[in-house]
Design a protein around this ligand. Structure first.
Ligand code: AHR
Length: 496
């Protein structure tokens, strides 16, 4: 045991709000995320559902308080023509999902199904528009279809299809990964195209307050952000995206559940790289937008491994272990601490794909370790970020070092303070001293997610192997709180 890392926290300090949208999710037409995931069809009598959407998933995600859901992609978005997914199901054309497994989809889950599902989930939709193979007209028609209240060709079509009132979708992505699957564009070319789409999307005034989000950089492609910030007029953009996955190597991603410590270390190195990425992309944005009007939107993040043996390689189905809990806990702390610029983020992906929070198998559904971390952390949503300072301690593996500890803190509207702490060290516990300045807490409670092995995960046979429990390993002194963090654990403390 290494003891005594000092964490200083002034409970009265803080000027930025942690946007709840940092806790957003992403659902693509990919593998078993939508079809045979969220959506099982209205005729399914074996699994309780509402208009074909699984009730158990809706309940689980409501408990998570998911603030927004991005759809329909991903790479899929730049092949998707929304008009194919409205009207009577039997008349809808099929679509070949060219990026993900080459499967033919019947378009039975379309705009109404998604937006109605968002209402069930009590979450805000984030629609990713098709720039790669679509048109400006197609995208602005989609906005009119979903958002126009009065009489108009698209609003009338919506009413014909059974929906009187608009859904008022606020978040709109303009293309996805335009540097890759979205069209292999240069940043200069994309910026020009973006300006055209963004102009027609809102018209003169953007009275509706739509958030237009530009397809952003891949990891450390700082030039992409620089060119977009320079070439796009700032009255045309509300959000700049960024994608970064925690991956060992793209051609050697390693197994999701049977990894060794070396693979764990490499994954965490890639996950913790998010700190540098948001710092440097934010610095570029600060240069062009010193008033901090444009949000950094990390609309794809998470761990990416080899698919589970025997599953379709194009479906990206992977298990979710304590390693994923470490990725989630540290990444969300990074986003919280960068709340000034990072105002939205979307974990990839919600159900049955990549770092999912929910996995399903026929009628069964399980919650993953990542789900539990996101639930423990939802106390930070829309709370005031409290800056935290501390000297870190190393997690060493074969001579290489990573910071072992990750911390963020916030104060909610009732003055309750939450501190989320992660120890990623694979074998050593660390004791930290929380020096609380400001109002002294009278009552401290905690929750912990820990396990006996890093590879521990939940299965359909054993759904509660990893689950949170009460945390008692702290001692309240006069000036400070001594907290003992077991190896690879996530702790959230509540100070009242
Ligand atoms: O999340 C899976 C894929 O990863 C998305 O479709 C794409 O945007 C990214 O490359």
């Amino acid at each position: 045991c290494v003891s005594g890392q000092q964490i200083r926290i002034d409970t009265g300090a803080g000027e930025y709000k942690i946007s709840k949208h940092i806790y957003g999710h992403f659902a693509e037409h990919l593998g078993r995320c939508i079809y045979d995931g969220f959506y099982i069809g209205e005729d399914n009598t074996a699994i309780p559902n509402t208009n074909g959407v699984r009730n158990d998933i809706v309940e689980a995600l409501k408990a998570l308080k998911i603030p927004n859901l991005r759809w329909p992609g991903g790479c899929f978005a730049d092949t998707y023509h929304w008009k194919d997914g409205i009207g009577p199901r039997e008349e809808r054309p099929t679509i070949v999902n060219r990026w993900w497994g080459g499967v033919t989809e019947d378009n039975s889950f379309g705009t109404h199904d998604f937006l109605d599902m968002c209402e069930l989930l009590e979450t805000e939709p984030y629609l990713a528009g098709n720039m790669g193979s679509g048109t400006v007209q197609e995208l602005i028609d989609w906005v009119q279809y979903t958002n126009h209240e009065g009489k108009s060709p698209m609003a009338d079509l919506r009413r014909e299809n059974g929906r009187e009132t608009p859904w008022n979708v606020k978040f709109w992505g303009i293309g996805n990964e335009a540097w890759g699957c979205g069209g292999n564009m240069t940043p200069e070319y994309y910026a020009d195209e973006y300006r055209k789409y963004a102009t027609f999307l809102t018209g003169w005034s953007n009275e509706a307050g739509i958030s237009r989000i530009a397809s952003g950089a891949s990891s450390d492609d700082y030039k992409w952000t620089e060119v977009l910030m320079k070439n796009i007029k700032h009255n045309l953009i509300e959000g700049m995206a960024l994608h970064h996955y925690a991956v060992i190597e793209w051609n050697n991603k390693g197994p999701a559940a049977t990894f060794d410590e070396g693979q764990y270390f490499s994954t965490m190195k890639s996950a913790l790289h998010m700190e540098e990425l948001v710092t440097r992309h934010s610095a570029i944005m600060d240069k062009y937008d010193p008033e901090n009007k444009i949000a950094l939107v990390v609309d794809e993040w998470g761990g990416w491994y080899e698919v589970e043996p025997g599953t379709n390689p194009g479906f990206l189905y992977q298990q979710n272990t304590m390693r994923d809990a470490m990725i989630a806990g540290t990444t969300l702390n990074i986003f919280n601490n960068h709340a000034r610029r990072v105002k939205m983020a979307n974990l990839a992906q919600t159900v049955n794909v990549l770092q999912a929070v929910v996995l399903t198998e026929r009628e069964k559904m399980i919650l993953t370790p990542t789900y539990h971390v996101m639930k423990m952390y939802n106390v930070h949503q829309d709370a005031t970020l409290i800056p935290v300072t501390f000297d870190n301690v190393d997690y060493t593996y074969q001579g290489e070092k990573l910071p072992a500890l990750s911390v963020s803190a916030s104060r909610n509207a009732d003055g309750v303070v939450h501190v989320s702490l992660v120890n990623i060290d694979a074998s050593r516990k660390h004791t930290v001293s929380l020096n609380v300045e400001g109002k002294r807490p009278k009552n401290v409670e905690g929750t912990i997610l820990a396990a006996s092995k890093l590879q521990d995960h939940n299965t359909f046979e054993s759904p509660d192997t990893v689950r949170p429990g009460p945390f008692k390993a702290f001692k309240a002194g006069k000036e400070q709180l001594e907290v003992e963090l077991p190896p690879f654990s996530v702790v959230v403390l509540e100070l009242k």
